[in-house]
Design a protein. Structure first.
Length: 87
């Protein structure tokens, strides 16, 4: 898998697609609190898939691709305690 296929890159931070899949069950509970415009069906459809997640953020929030990637990267790389406190 090439770097382009396996990662979303934004500046110094990168999110490996496999990391999102691996952390999905842990993150899933925080997703609807963080992004309240995402429906339960949206979250079920995402299932840890980076491209689907980005698409849902674009659809529900009107983000461009770069902004959706940035939002997702910040969410995934944020320490659990901060993500839960901010949600």
């Amino acid at each position: 898998m090439s770097s382009e296929q396996g990662r979303i890159e934004r500046g110094e931070k990168t999110v490996n697609k496999e990391i999102l899949k691996g952390k999905w069950l842990k993150l899933k509970g925080d997703v609807r609190h963080w992004w309240n415009k995402l429906t339960e069906d949206d979250v079920d459809q995402i299932q840890g898939d980076t491209e689907t997640f980005i698409g849902k953020l674009q659809e529900r929030y009107g983000f461009g691709r770069e902004q959706a990637e940035k939002e997702l990267t910040e969410f995934v790389t944020m320490p659990d305690r901060e993500r839960r406190r901010s949600a």
